[in-house]
Design a protein around this ligand. Structure first.
Ligand code: PMP
Ligand code: GLU
Length: 527
Protein backbone atom coordinates (compact mmCIF):
# COMPACT_ATOMS: atom_id res chain seq x y z
CA UNK A 1 0.00 0.00 0.00
CA UNK A 2 1.58 3.28 -1.04
CA UNK A 3 0.78 6.68 0.48
CA UNK A 4 -0.84 9.10 -1.94
CA UNK A 5 1.07 12.20 -2.91
CA UNK A 6 -0.73 15.21 -1.52
CA UNK A 7 -0.56 18.44 -3.52
CA UNK A 8 -2.58 21.61 -3.27
CA UNK A 9 -3.56 23.51 -6.39
CA UNK A 10 -4.46 27.13 -5.74
CA UNK A 11 -6.66 28.05 -8.64
CA UNK A 12 -9.39 30.27 -9.89
CA UNK A 13 -12.69 28.94 -11.28
CA UNK A 14 -12.96 29.13 -15.05
CA UNK A 15 -9.25 29.86 -15.49
CA UNK A 16 -7.90 27.92 -18.45
CA UNK A 17 -4.30 28.00 -17.16
CA UNK A 18 -5.53 26.46 -13.92
CA UNK A 19 -7.42 23.77 -15.83
CA UNK A 20 -4.29 23.03 -17.78
CA UNK A 21 -2.18 22.79 -14.60
CA UNK A 22 -4.70 20.35 -13.13
CA UNK A 23 -4.68 18.26 -16.27
CA UNK A 24 -0.85 18.16 -16.33
CA UNK A 25 -0.63 17.14 -12.67
CA UNK A 26 -3.12 14.33 -13.07
CA UNK A 27 -1.66 13.09 -16.34
CA UNK A 28 1.90 13.09 -15.01
CA UNK A 29 0.92 11.31 -11.78
CA UNK A 30 -0.87 8.65 -13.84
CA UNK A 31 2.12 8.33 -16.15
CA UNK A 32 4.44 7.74 -13.20
CA UNK A 33 1.98 5.41 -11.47
CA UNK A 34 1.74 7.74 -8.49
CA UNK A 35 -1.46 7.98 -6.45
CA UNK A 36 -2.25 11.69 -6.33
CA UNK A 37 -4.49 13.41 -3.82
CA UNK A 38 -5.07 16.85 -5.33
CA UNK A 39 -6.65 19.46 -3.08
CA UNK A 40 -8.14 22.30 -5.09
CA UNK A 41 -8.33 25.66 -3.36
CA UNK A 42 -10.45 28.35 -5.01
CA UNK A 43 -8.47 31.47 -4.17
CA UNK A 44 -11.29 33.84 -5.06
CA UNK A 45 -12.97 32.61 -1.90
CA UNK A 46 -9.92 33.32 0.22
CA UNK A 47 -8.90 37.01 0.17
CA UNK A 48 -5.73 36.46 2.18
CA UNK A 49 -4.33 33.89 -0.18
CA UNK A 50 -5.68 35.84 -3.12
CA UNK A 51 -3.47 38.79 -2.24
CA UNK A 52 -0.46 36.50 -2.04
CA UNK A 53 -1.01 34.53 -5.22
CA UNK A 54 -2.92 36.79 -7.53
CA UNK A 55 -0.02 37.57 -9.77
CA UNK A 56 0.89 33.92 -10.28
CA UNK A 57 -2.09 31.61 -10.58
CA UNK A 58 -2.13 28.61 -10.71
CA UNK A 59 0.16 27.74 -7.79
CA UNK A 60 1.06 24.19 -6.74
CA UNK A 61 2.06 23.62 -3.11
CA UNK A 62 3.31 20.47 -1.41
CA UNK A 63 1.89 18.77 1.69
CA UNK A 64 3.73 21.26 3.94
CA UNK A 65 2.26 24.22 2.10
CA UNK A 66 5.53 25.20 0.40
CA UNK A 67 5.02 26.72 -3.02
CA UNK A 68 6.56 24.32 -5.53
CA UNK A 69 5.37 25.62 -8.89
CA UNK A 70 3.89 28.89 -10.03
CA UNK A 71 2.23 30.00 -13.23
CA UNK A 72 2.85 29.25 -15.96
CA UNK A 73 2.84 25.62 -14.74
CA UNK A 74 4.39 23.56 -17.51
CA UNK A 75 4.86 19.86 -18.24
CA UNK A 76 8.59 19.85 -17.41
CA UNK A 77 8.02 21.47 -14.00
CA UNK A 78 5.18 19.10 -13.16
CA UNK A 79 7.25 16.08 -14.19
CA UNK A 80 10.24 17.17 -12.09
CA UNK A 81 8.03 17.90 -9.07
CA UNK A 82 6.18 14.59 -9.11
CA UNK A 83 9.38 12.66 -9.70
CA UNK A 84 11.03 14.43 -6.78
CA UNK A 85 8.14 14.08 -4.35
CA UNK A 86 7.42 10.48 -5.32
CA UNK A 87 11.01 9.48 -4.66
CA UNK A 88 10.93 11.31 -1.29
CA UNK A 89 7.80 9.58 0.01
CA UNK A 90 8.87 7.10 2.78
CA UNK A 91 7.16 4.07 1.27
CA UNK A 92 6.22 5.97 -1.74
CA UNK A 93 5.93 4.75 -5.25
CA UNK A 94 8.81 4.64 -7.69
CA UNK A 95 8.27 5.43 -11.31
CA UNK A 96 7.15 2.30 -13.19
CA UNK A 97 8.45 3.57 -16.42
CA UNK A 98 11.42 5.71 -17.07
CA UNK A 99 11.31 7.87 -20.15
CA UNK A 100 15.04 7.34 -20.57
CA UNK A 101 17.66 5.14 -18.87
CA UNK A 102 19.34 8.03 -17.09
CA UNK A 103 16.37 8.38 -14.79
CA UNK A 104 16.60 4.79 -13.66
CA UNK A 105 20.27 5.25 -12.82
CA UNK A 106 19.41 8.40 -10.86
CA UNK A 107 16.65 6.57 -9.00
CA UNK A 108 18.89 3.67 -8.02
CA UNK A 109 21.66 6.02 -6.90
CA UNK A 110 19.11 7.86 -4.78
CA UNK A 111 18.13 4.58 -3.09
CA UNK A 112 21.76 4.13 -1.97
CA UNK A 113 22.05 7.65 -0.66
CA UNK A 114 22.61 8.10 3.10
CA UNK A 115 19.49 8.45 5.28
CA UNK A 116 20.00 12.16 6.00
CA UNK A 117 19.95 13.01 2.30
CA UNK A 118 16.74 11.11 1.69
CA UNK A 119 14.60 14.22 1.52
CA UNK A 120 17.09 16.08 -0.67
CA UNK A 121 18.81 19.40 0.00
CA UNK A 122 16.58 22.30 0.99
CA UNK A 123 16.59 25.73 -0.55
CA UNK A 124 18.01 28.57 1.49
CA UNK A 125 15.78 30.69 3.71
CA UNK A 126 16.79 33.60 1.50
CA UNK A 127 15.23 31.84 -1.50
CA UNK A 128 11.85 31.79 0.18
CA UNK A 129 12.08 35.53 0.78
CA UNK A 130 12.85 36.54 -2.82
CA UNK A 131 9.70 38.04 -4.27
CA UNK A 132 9.26 37.63 -8.01
CA UNK A 133 8.59 40.76 -10.08
CA UNK A 134 4.80 41.13 -10.36
CA UNK A 135 5.01 42.83 -13.76
CA UNK A 136 7.19 40.05 -15.14
CA UNK A 137 4.86 37.39 -13.62
CA UNK A 138 1.78 39.03 -15.12
CA UNK A 139 3.48 39.38 -18.49
CA UNK A 140 4.46 35.69 -18.39
CA UNK A 141 0.89 34.76 -17.56
CA UNK A 142 -0.59 36.92 -20.33
CA UNK A 143 1.92 35.58 -22.85
CA UNK A 144 1.18 31.98 -21.80
CA UNK A 145 -2.56 32.59 -22.28
CA UNK A 146 -1.87 34.12 -25.70
CA UNK A 147 0.26 31.11 -26.61
CA UNK A 148 -2.64 28.88 -25.55
CA UNK A 149 -4.78 30.67 -28.14
CA UNK A 150 -6.69 33.02 -25.82
CA UNK A 151 -7.43 36.53 -27.05
CA UNK A 152 -5.70 38.32 -24.19
CA UNK A 153 -5.04 42.05 -24.42
CA UNK A 154 -1.69 42.42 -22.70
CA UNK A 155 -1.68 45.91 -21.19
CA UNK A 156 0.31 44.61 -18.24
CA UNK A 157 3.93 44.85 -19.18
CA UNK A 158 5.81 48.01 -20.07
CA UNK A 159 7.15 46.85 -23.39
CA UNK A 160 7.09 48.94 -26.59
CA UNK A 161 5.29 47.25 -29.46
CA UNK A 162 7.20 49.27 -32.09
CA UNK A 163 10.38 47.83 -33.65
CA UNK A 164 13.94 48.79 -32.64
CA UNK A 165 15.88 51.14 -34.96
CA UNK A 166 16.95 49.40 -38.18
CA UNK A 167 20.60 50.26 -37.50
CA UNK A 168 20.43 48.40 -34.17
CA UNK A 169 19.12 45.24 -35.81
CA UNK A 170 21.78 45.41 -38.49
CA UNK A 171 24.52 45.93 -35.87
CA UNK A 172 23.22 42.98 -33.84
CA UNK A 173 23.49 40.77 -36.93
CA UNK A 174 27.05 41.97 -37.52
CA UNK A 175 27.75 41.42 -33.85
CA UNK A 176 26.89 37.74 -34.16
CA UNK A 177 29.99 37.40 -36.33
CA UNK A 178 32.28 40.03 -34.84
CA UNK A 179 31.43 40.36 -31.17
CA UNK A 180 31.49 36.77 -29.98
CA UNK A 181 33.78 37.12 -26.95
CA UNK A 182 33.39 38.45 -23.39
CA UNK A 183 33.06 42.19 -23.11
CA UNK A 184 34.55 44.13 -20.14
CA UNK A 185 32.31 44.14 -17.02
CA UNK A 186 31.57 47.88 -17.29
CA UNK A 187 30.76 47.57 -21.00
CA UNK A 188 32.50 47.73 -24.36
CA UNK A 189 34.66 50.87 -24.63
CA UNK A 190 32.83 51.84 -27.85
CA UNK A 191 29.44 51.70 -26.14
CA UNK A 192 30.69 53.55 -23.08
CA UNK A 193 31.99 56.29 -25.38
CA UNK A 194 28.68 56.46 -27.24
CA UNK A 195 26.68 56.64 -23.98
CA UNK A 196 29.00 59.32 -22.59
CA UNK A 197 28.64 61.40 -25.76
CA UNK A 198 24.83 61.07 -25.71
CA UNK A 199 24.67 61.93 -21.99
CA UNK A 200 26.88 64.98 -22.47
CA UNK A 201 24.59 66.17 -25.26
CA UNK A 202 21.32 65.43 -23.42
CA UNK A 203 22.35 66.58 -19.93
CA UNK A 204 24.57 69.46 -20.99
CA UNK A 205 27.21 68.20 -18.55
CA UNK A 206 30.76 67.00 -19.34
CA UNK A 207 30.71 63.19 -19.30
CA UNK A 208 33.63 60.84 -19.78
CA UNK A 209 33.45 57.09 -20.66
CA UNK A 210 34.81 56.11 -17.23
CA UNK A 211 31.55 57.52 -15.83
CA UNK A 212 29.51 54.95 -17.77
CA UNK A 213 28.46 51.56 -16.40
CA UNK A 214 26.80 49.18 -18.85
CA UNK A 215 24.79 46.22 -17.57
CA UNK A 216 22.13 43.66 -18.44
CA UNK A 217 19.28 46.17 -18.61
CA UNK A 218 18.52 49.10 -16.36
CA UNK A 219 17.16 46.59 -13.87
CA UNK A 220 20.49 44.86 -13.32
CA UNK A 221 22.34 48.19 -13.31
CA UNK A 222 20.06 49.34 -10.48
CA UNK A 223 20.77 46.11 -8.61
CA UNK A 224 24.53 46.69 -8.93
CA UNK A 225 24.18 50.31 -7.83
CA UNK A 226 22.11 49.52 -4.73
CA UNK A 227 24.81 47.06 -3.65
CA UNK A 228 27.69 49.47 -4.02
CA UNK A 229 26.01 52.66 -2.79
CA UNK A 230 24.26 51.32 0.30
CA UNK A 231 25.13 49.17 3.30
CA UNK A 232 22.79 46.62 4.85
CA UNK A 233 20.56 48.48 7.29
CA UNK A 234 20.61 51.72 5.30
CA UNK A 235 17.29 53.39 4.64
CA UNK A 236 16.46 54.68 1.18
CA UNK A 237 13.62 57.02 0.20
CA UNK A 238 11.27 55.62 -2.42
CA UNK A 239 8.40 57.79 -3.72
CA UNK A 240 5.03 56.04 -4.06
CA UNK A 241 3.72 54.82 -6.43
CA UNK A 242 7.05 53.23 -7.33
CA UNK A 243 8.31 50.96 -10.06
CA UNK A 244 7.76 47.46 -8.70
CA UNK A 245 11.41 46.45 -8.40
CA UNK A 246 12.87 49.28 -6.29
CA UNK A 247 11.74 48.13 -2.83
CA UNK A 248 12.46 44.47 -3.54
CA UNK A 249 15.90 45.16 -4.99
CA UNK A 250 16.69 47.37 -2.01
CA UNK A 251 15.60 44.59 0.31
CA UNK A 252 17.88 42.19 -1.54
CA UNK A 253 20.70 44.65 -0.77
CA UNK A 254 19.70 44.56 2.92
CA UNK A 255 18.18 48.06 2.84
CA UNK A 256 14.87 49.37 4.05
CA UNK A 257 12.64 51.51 1.83
CA UNK A 258 11.19 54.64 3.38
CA UNK A 259 8.13 55.47 1.32
CA UNK A 260 7.41 59.05 0.29
CA UNK A 261 3.79 59.68 -0.69
CA UNK A 262 2.64 61.58 -3.76
CA UNK A 263 -0.95 62.72 -4.23
CA UNK A 264 -3.47 62.54 -7.04
CA UNK A 265 -4.33 66.21 -6.46
CA UNK A 266 -0.68 67.07 -7.27
CA UNK A 267 -0.88 65.00 -10.45
CA UNK A 268 1.22 62.37 -8.58
CA UNK A 269 4.21 64.75 -8.82
CA UNK A 270 6.77 64.37 -6.08
CA UNK A 271 7.31 67.46 -3.92
CA UNK A 272 10.34 68.56 -1.91
CA UNK A 273 8.12 68.98 1.17
CA UNK A 274 7.09 65.30 1.04
CA UNK A 275 10.73 64.26 0.71
CA UNK A 276 11.87 66.54 3.54
CA UNK A 277 9.22 65.05 5.84
CA UNK A 278 10.70 61.55 5.41
CA UNK A 279 14.38 62.33 5.81
CA UNK A 280 15.48 60.94 9.15
CA UNK A 281 18.10 58.80 10.89
CA UNK A 282 19.69 56.13 8.72
CA UNK A 283 18.45 57.58 5.42
CA UNK A 284 21.31 57.41 2.90
CA UNK A 285 19.68 57.93 -0.46
CA UNK A 286 16.65 58.43 -2.66
CA UNK A 287 15.42 56.72 -5.82
CA UNK A 288 13.80 59.20 -8.20
CA UNK A 289 11.89 58.25 -11.33
CA UNK A 290 10.75 61.00 -13.66
CA UNK A 291 8.86 60.42 -15.91
CA UNK A 292 7.37 57.99 -13.46
CA UNK A 293 6.32 54.40 -13.90
CA UNK A 294 3.36 53.91 -13.28
CA UNK A 295 1.89 57.47 -13.26
CA UNK A 296 3.79 59.16 -16.10
CA UNK A 297 4.26 62.20 -13.85
CA UNK A 298 7.26 64.46 -14.44
CA UNK A 299 8.66 66.14 -11.33
CA UNK A 300 8.45 69.93 -11.63
CA UNK A 301 11.82 71.55 -12.24
CA UNK A 302 11.70 73.74 -9.13
CA UNK A 303 10.67 70.83 -6.89
CA UNK A 304 13.31 68.59 -8.45
CA UNK A 305 16.03 71.17 -7.78
CA UNK A 306 14.80 71.60 -4.22
CA UNK A 307 14.89 67.79 -3.73
CA UNK A 308 18.47 67.69 -5.04
CA UNK A 309 19.33 70.44 -2.61
CA UNK A 310 17.83 68.46 0.28
CA UNK A 311 19.99 65.53 -0.80
CA UNK A 312 23.06 67.76 -0.80
CA UNK A 313 22.29 69.08 2.67
CA UNK A 314 21.64 65.60 4.09
CA UNK A 315 24.46 63.92 2.18
CA UNK A 316 22.20 61.47 0.34
CA UNK A 317 22.88 59.47 -2.80
CA UNK A 318 20.54 60.38 -5.64
CA UNK A 319 19.67 57.48 -7.93
CA UNK A 320 17.65 59.06 -10.73
CA UNK A 321 16.00 56.47 -12.98
CA UNK A 322 15.48 58.35 -16.25
CA UNK A 323 14.69 55.36 -18.43
CA UNK A 324 11.56 57.11 -19.81
CA UNK A 325 13.41 60.45 -20.13
CA UNK A 326 12.83 60.95 -23.86
CA UNK A 327 9.26 59.61 -23.85
CA UNK A 328 7.41 62.83 -23.04
CA UNK A 329 4.31 64.35 -24.62
CA UNK A 330 2.46 67.58 -25.22
CA UNK A 331 5.67 69.55 -25.63
CA UNK A 332 6.84 68.58 -22.13
CA UNK A 333 10.43 67.62 -21.40
CA UNK A 334 11.78 65.77 -18.38
CA UNK A 335 14.90 67.47 -17.03
CA UNK A 336 17.69 65.17 -15.90
CA UNK A 337 18.92 65.23 -12.30
CA UNK A 338 22.38 65.87 -13.70
CA UNK A 339 21.25 68.94 -15.66
CA UNK A 340 19.44 70.44 -12.68
CA UNK A 341 22.21 69.69 -10.19
CA UNK A 342 24.81 71.24 -12.51
CA UNK A 343 22.59 74.27 -13.14
CA UNK A 344 22.26 74.84 -9.39
CA UNK A 345 26.04 74.57 -9.00
CA UNK A 346 25.84 71.36 -6.97
CA UNK A 347 28.47 68.68 -6.69
CA UNK A 348 27.52 65.97 -9.20
CA UNK A 349 29.37 63.25 -7.34
CA UNK A 350 26.27 62.19 -5.41
CA UNK A 351 24.07 61.93 -8.54
CA UNK A 352 23.70 58.68 -10.45
CA UNK A 353 21.46 58.54 -13.52
CA UNK A 354 20.04 55.26 -14.88
CA UNK A 355 18.95 54.84 -18.49
CA UNK A 356 18.96 52.15 -21.15
CA UNK A 357 17.94 50.90 -24.57
CA UNK A 358 14.76 49.06 -23.52
CA UNK A 359 12.26 51.89 -23.68
CA UNK A 360 13.64 54.62 -25.91
CA UNK A 361 14.88 52.20 -28.58
CA UNK A 362 12.21 49.53 -28.01
CA UNK A 363 14.97 47.02 -27.26
CA UNK A 364 13.65 45.26 -24.14
CA UNK A 365 14.87 41.81 -25.16
CA UNK A 366 18.40 43.00 -25.88
CA UNK A 367 18.94 43.60 -22.17
CA UNK A 368 21.22 46.62 -22.31
CA UNK A 369 21.03 49.41 -19.77
CA UNK A 370 23.49 51.85 -18.29
CA UNK A 371 24.23 54.36 -15.58
CA UNK A 372 26.14 57.63 -15.55
CA UNK A 373 27.94 57.81 -12.22
CA UNK A 374 31.20 58.97 -10.65
CA UNK A 375 34.11 56.74 -11.80
CA UNK A 376 34.60 55.16 -8.35
CA UNK A 377 30.95 54.04 -8.33
CA UNK A 378 31.34 52.63 -11.83
CA UNK A 379 34.54 50.83 -10.84
CA UNK A 380 32.93 49.22 -7.75
CA UNK A 381 29.80 48.19 -9.66
CA UNK A 382 31.96 46.75 -12.45
CA UNK A 383 33.79 44.62 -9.86
CA UNK A 384 30.42 43.30 -8.69
CA UNK A 385 29.33 42.64 -12.27
CA UNK A 386 32.64 40.84 -12.97
CA UNK A 387 31.49 38.29 -10.38
CA UNK A 388 27.88 38.07 -11.46
CA UNK A 389 27.35 38.62 -15.18
CA UNK A 390 30.87 39.25 -16.60
CA UNK A 391 29.20 41.63 -19.06
CA UNK A 392 26.07 42.37 -21.03
CA UNK A 393 25.92 40.29 -24.24
CA UNK A 394 28.44 41.71 -26.68
CA UNK A 395 26.27 41.67 -29.85
CA UNK A 396 23.54 43.48 -27.92
CA UNK A 397 26.01 46.14 -26.88
CA UNK A 398 26.87 46.67 -30.54
CA UNK A 399 23.17 47.09 -31.26
CA UNK A 400 22.73 49.68 -28.51
CA UNK A 401 25.77 51.56 -29.76
CA UNK A 402 24.29 51.67 -33.27
CA UNK A 403 20.94 52.89 -31.94
CA UNK A 404 22.67 55.71 -30.06
CA UNK A 405 24.55 56.70 -33.21
CA UNK A 406 21.52 56.58 -35.50
CA UNK A 407 18.00 55.83 -34.33
CA UNK A 408 16.65 56.59 -37.80
CA UNK A 409 14.04 58.93 -36.34
CA UNK A 410 12.46 56.09 -34.38
CA UNK A 411 12.45 57.94 -31.04
CA UNK A 412 10.62 60.92 -32.54
CA UNK A 413 8.21 58.57 -34.31
CA UNK A 414 7.58 56.58 -31.14
CA UNK A 415 6.90 59.73 -29.18
CA UNK A 416 4.34 60.88 -31.74
CA UNK A 417 2.62 57.48 -31.94
CA UNK A 418 2.46 57.12 -28.14
CA UNK A 419 1.09 60.64 -27.79
CA UNK A 420 -1.79 59.88 -30.17
CA UNK A 421 -2.55 56.64 -28.38
CA UNK A 422 -2.30 58.32 -25.00
CA UNK A 423 -4.83 60.98 -25.96
CA UNK A 424 -7.36 58.52 -27.34
CA UNK A 425 -6.96 55.84 -24.68
CA UNK A 426 -7.02 58.18 -21.70
CA UNK A 427 -10.07 60.01 -23.10
CA UNK A 428 -11.76 56.61 -23.53
CA UNK A 429 -11.00 55.57 -19.95
CA UNK A 430 -12.35 58.84 -18.58
CA UNK A 431 -15.48 58.48 -20.72
CA UNK A 432 -16.05 55.12 -19.01
CA UNK A 433 -15.81 56.80 -15.63
CA UNK A 434 -12.34 55.41 -14.89
CA UNK A 435 -10.70 58.69 -13.86
CA UNK A 436 -7.27 58.89 -15.48
CA UNK A 437 -4.97 61.91 -15.58
CA UNK A 438 -3.20 62.62 -18.87
CA UNK A 439 0.34 61.33 -18.29
CA UNK A 440 3.15 63.68 -19.31
CA UNK A 441 5.59 60.86 -20.02
CA UNK A 442 6.28 57.09 -20.12
CA UNK A 443 3.52 54.95 -21.66
CA UNK A 444 1.10 54.02 -18.92
CA UNK A 445 -2.45 55.05 -18.11
CA UNK A 446 -2.88 55.14 -14.33
CA UNK A 447 -6.58 54.94 -13.75
CA UNK A 448 -8.75 54.97 -10.68
CA UNK A 449 -10.55 51.66 -10.25
CA UNK A 450 -13.21 53.20 -8.00
CA UNK A 451 -16.14 52.22 -10.28
CA UNK A 452 -15.22 48.54 -9.82
CA UNK A 453 -14.70 48.54 -6.06
CA UNK A 454 -17.49 47.31 -3.82
CA UNK A 455 -19.13 45.78 -6.87
CA UNK A 456 -19.41 42.26 -8.20
CA UNK A 457 -17.65 41.64 -11.49
CA UNK A 458 -19.24 38.66 -13.23
CA UNK A 459 -20.53 37.38 -9.91
CA UNK A 460 -17.40 37.90 -7.80
CA UNK A 461 -17.29 40.78 -5.30
CA UNK A 462 -14.23 43.01 -5.70
CA UNK A 463 -12.90 44.96 -2.75
CA UNK A 464 -9.31 45.45 -3.91
CA UNK A 465 -7.64 46.36 -7.17
CA UNK A 466 -5.86 43.00 -7.09
CA UNK A 467 -9.27 41.38 -7.25
CA UNK A 468 -10.36 43.77 -10.01
CA UNK A 469 -7.26 43.00 -12.10
CA UNK A 470 -7.84 39.30 -11.60
CA UNK A 471 -11.45 39.60 -12.74
CA UNK A 472 -10.50 41.69 -15.76
CA UNK A 473 -8.08 38.99 -16.82
CA UNK A 474 -10.51 36.14 -16.28
CA UNK A 475 -13.67 37.79 -17.54
CA UNK A 476 -12.50 40.30 -20.16
CA UNK A 477 -9.09 38.84 -20.97
CA UNK A 478 -7.45 42.19 -20.19
CA UNK A 479 -4.10 41.97 -18.42
CA UNK A 480 -3.25 45.07 -16.40
CA UNK A 481 -1.28 45.66 -13.22
CA UNK A 482 -3.09 46.38 -9.94
CA UNK A 483 -1.94 49.37 -7.90
CA UNK A 484 -0.88 47.11 -5.03
CA UNK A 485 2.19 46.14 -7.09
CA UNK A 486 3.29 49.80 -7.05
CA UNK A 487 2.45 50.39 -3.40
CA UNK A 488 -0.73 52.31 -4.27
CA UNK A 489 -3.94 50.26 -4.11
CA UNK A 490 -7.06 51.62 -5.75
CA UNK A 491 -5.56 52.11 -9.22
CA UNK A 492 -4.81 50.06 -12.32
CA UNK A 493 -1.87 50.52 -14.67
CA UNK A 494 -2.54 49.92 -18.34
CA UNK A 495 0.23 50.21 -20.91
CA UNK A 496 -0.58 52.11 -24.08
CA UNK A 497 2.58 50.80 -25.77
CA UNK A 498 0.12 48.61 -27.64
CA UNK A 499 -1.45 48.85 -31.11
CA UNK A 500 -4.45 51.17 -31.30
CA UNK A 501 -6.82 48.28 -32.16
CA UNK A 502 -5.79 46.54 -28.95
CA UNK A 503 -6.43 49.69 -26.93
CA UNK A 504 -9.82 50.26 -28.59
CA UNK A 505 -10.81 46.68 -27.94
CA UNK A 506 -9.71 47.02 -24.32
CA UNK A 507 -11.95 50.07 -23.93
CA UNK A 508 -14.88 48.20 -25.45
CA UNK A 509 -14.37 45.21 -23.16
CA UNK A 510 -13.94 47.45 -20.11
CA UNK A 511 -17.20 49.16 -20.98
CA UNK A 512 -19.03 45.82 -21.18
CA UNK A 513 -17.61 44.58 -17.89
CA UNK A 514 -18.40 47.87 -16.13
CA UNK A 515 -21.98 47.86 -17.38
CA UNK A 516 -22.48 44.37 -16.03
CA UNK A 517 -21.10 45.01 -12.53
CA UNK A 518 -23.58 44.85 -9.68
CA UNK A 519 -23.51 46.57 -6.33
CA UNK A 520 -22.33 44.07 -3.72
CA UNK A 521 -24.86 45.27 -1.15
CA UNK A 522 -27.96 45.84 -3.31
CA UNK A 523 -27.29 43.70 -6.36
CA UNK A 524 -28.19 46.59 -8.69
CA UNK A 525 -26.32 47.03 -11.96
CA UNK A 526 -24.41 50.14 -13.01
CA UNK A 527 -26.71 52.88 -14.33
N1 PMP B 1 13.21 51.47 -14.49
C1 PMP B 1 11.90 51.58 -14.76
C2 PMP B 1 11.15 52.73 -14.18
C3 PMP B 1 11.26 50.64 -15.55
O1 PMP B 1 9.96 50.78 -15.83
C4 PMP B 1 12.00 49.56 -16.04
C5 PMP B 1 11.27 48.48 -16.78
N2 PMP B 1 11.71 48.21 -17.97
C6 PMP B 1 13.38 49.51 -15.77
C7 PMP B 1 13.94 50.47 -14.97
C8 PMP B 1 14.27 48.42 -16.24
O2 PMP B 1 14.23 48.20 -17.62
P1 PMP B 1 15.29 47.32 -18.34
O3 PMP B 1 15.88 46.38 -17.35
O4 PMP B 1 14.54 46.63 -19.42
O5 PMP B 1 16.34 48.26 -18.88
N1 GLU C 1 9.46 47.91 -16.50
C1 GLU C 1 8.42 47.24 -17.21
C2 GLU C 1 7.13 47.29 -16.40
O1 GLU C 1 7.05 47.99 -15.43
C3 GLU C 1 8.85 45.87 -17.65
C4 GLU C 1 8.70 44.75 -16.65
C5 GLU C 1 9.66 44.92 -15.52
O2 GLU C 1 10.86 44.80 -15.77
O3 GLU C 1 9.16 45.21 -14.45
O4 GLU C 1 6.20 46.66 -16.78
Amino acid sequence: MTAALRLTLYRRPGCSLCDEAERLLEAEAARQGVALSLVRVDIDADPERLARFLLAIPVVADAEGNVRLQAPVDAAGVRALITELASEAPHGPRPHLSPHPGMEVAASMASHAPESAASGPRLSRRAAGIPGSPTVALDARAKAMLAAGEQVLNLAVGEPDLPPPAAALEAARRGLERATKYAPPAGRPELRRAVAAAAEREHGVATTPDMVLVGVGGKQVLYSLFHVLFDPGDRVLVPVPYWVSYPDQLRLAGCESVFVPTRPEDGWRLTAAAVAARIGPGVRGIVLNSPNNPTGAIVDEGEFTAILDLCRRHDLWVVSDEIYGVLTYGGRTAPSARTLAARAGMDLRRVVVVDGASKKFAMTGFRVGWAIAPPDVVEAAARLQSQVTSSAAAPCQLAAEAALADDGGSVAHMRQVYEERRDRFVAGLNALGLATPLPDGAFYAWCSAAPFLGRSVAGVPCFSTEQVAARLLDVARIACVPGEAFGQPGYLRMSFANPQEVLDLALARLGEVLAATTDVATGTTAS
